[in-house]
Design a protein around this ligand. Structure first.
Ligand SMILES: O=C(O)C(=O)Cc1ccccc1
Length: 313
């Protein structure tokens, strides 16, 4: 079991909450807060930490760009666990301030994106500043001479840095959640549990019609369900993409193993990112829904298309 955990700090981030959810016994573990996601990757690569925890994707905003870029292009690390953590945002300021006094707000870009509606209604003229994490924003607001009047962060962070809550539950969507992953240096993946996920990045060979369909077919024909597909630029020029895939199952399963071999044959490169227990192991894993092909289904789809063409979206 890893004992030194690097995570996106400082104390009080949502990432720290995820780390505690991943390792309830982390009370005796050494927690190493890092100033950025790239610093977490660096600490694990250099062996200063046994594992690292970073945000991977959000149910509102999608992938976290630095995490995705490090996983795709950086020296390889393996995902060995995941956690899905609900995120609730609170606006915190120094003692005595009111919402009307707030001119400059600091927070993490994902928090900003998830509080837009509340901010445009309650602080339409305030300047928004993004910093490395929500807790870094709270820490900065608490400093004398801070350039910011308020931070959007977790309640625990605001309290940790001695701030006062001005408004809570300010996220646009109550059900917002973020998926965090634990990273380890390359080695054998954790053993299968029966409810696992496999992540990889596929770099397609020469651009041609049906290339993406061929990639998807490797999973479809073997009955492997995909839970995520995200295209990311490779960095080699416009129009060059790789595909980040999450699939149900473990690399030790025959179907997943064969799908990976199929990809290996049709892609220029495949980066295996890990097989690890699913956070939602109680989810219904019977994924197959028959296509809707009744007359009523066709008519409903035709009305839907008409609405789109008429701008009634
Ligand atoms: O800044 C934090 O606290 C993080 O852990 C990153 C983040 C920010 C907003 C939503 C989820 C995770």
């Amino acid at each position: 079991m890893p004992n030194r955990y690097a995570y996106l700090g400082p104390e009080g981030t949502f990432t720290e909450a995820a780390l505690r959810a991943l390792r309830p016994e982390a009370a005796d573990a050494q927690l190493l807060p890092c100033a950025g996601v790239d610093a977490v990757f660096g600490a694990v690569r250099r062996g200063e930490a046994d594992a690292g925890v970073v945000p991977l994707e959000n149910s509102v905003e999608g992938g976290v760009p630095t995490t995705m870029a490090e996983l795709i292009n950086g020296d390889p690390l393996l995902i060995t666990a995941e956690a899905a953590v609900p995120v609730e945002f609170t606006l915190f300021a120094r003692d005595g301030a009111a919402v009307g006094d707030v001119k400059r707000v600091a927070t993490h870009p994902h928090a900003l994106a998830q509080c837009r509606r509340w901010l445009s209604r309650h602080l339409p003229d305030a300047e928004m500043h993004t910093v490395s994490s929500t807790a870094a924003a709270a820490q900065s607001v608490a400093e004398p001479g801070s350039p910011y009047d308020a931070a959007i962060c977790a309640r625990i962070a605001g309290e940790r840095y001695g701030l006062t809550a001005l408004a809570s539950g300010i996220g646009d969507r109550a059900e917002a959640a973020t998926r965090f992953v634990q990273l380890s240096r390359p080695g054998p993946p954790p053993p299968p549990t029966g409810a696992d996920r496999t992540s990889l990045v596929a770099f397609l060979s020469a651009d041609h019609p049906g290339a993406l369909a061929e990639l998807l077919d490797q999973f479809a024909v073997r009955g492997v369900n995909l839970t995520r597909l995200e295209s990311r630029p490779t960095g080699d020029g416009l129009g060059r993409y790789c595909f980040c895939v999450d699939a149900d199952g473990h690399v030790a399963d025959a179907a997943v193993g064969e799908a990976l071999m199929g990809l290996r044959r049709i892609c220029t490169d495949v980066r295996f990112l890990g097989s690890y227990p699913r956070a939602d192991e109680t989810a219904d894993l019977t994924p197959f829904l028959p296509a809707r092909t009744t007359e009523a289904d066709f008519q409903e789809a035709a009305r839907w298309l008409e609405d789109i063409r008429a701008g009634r979206v």
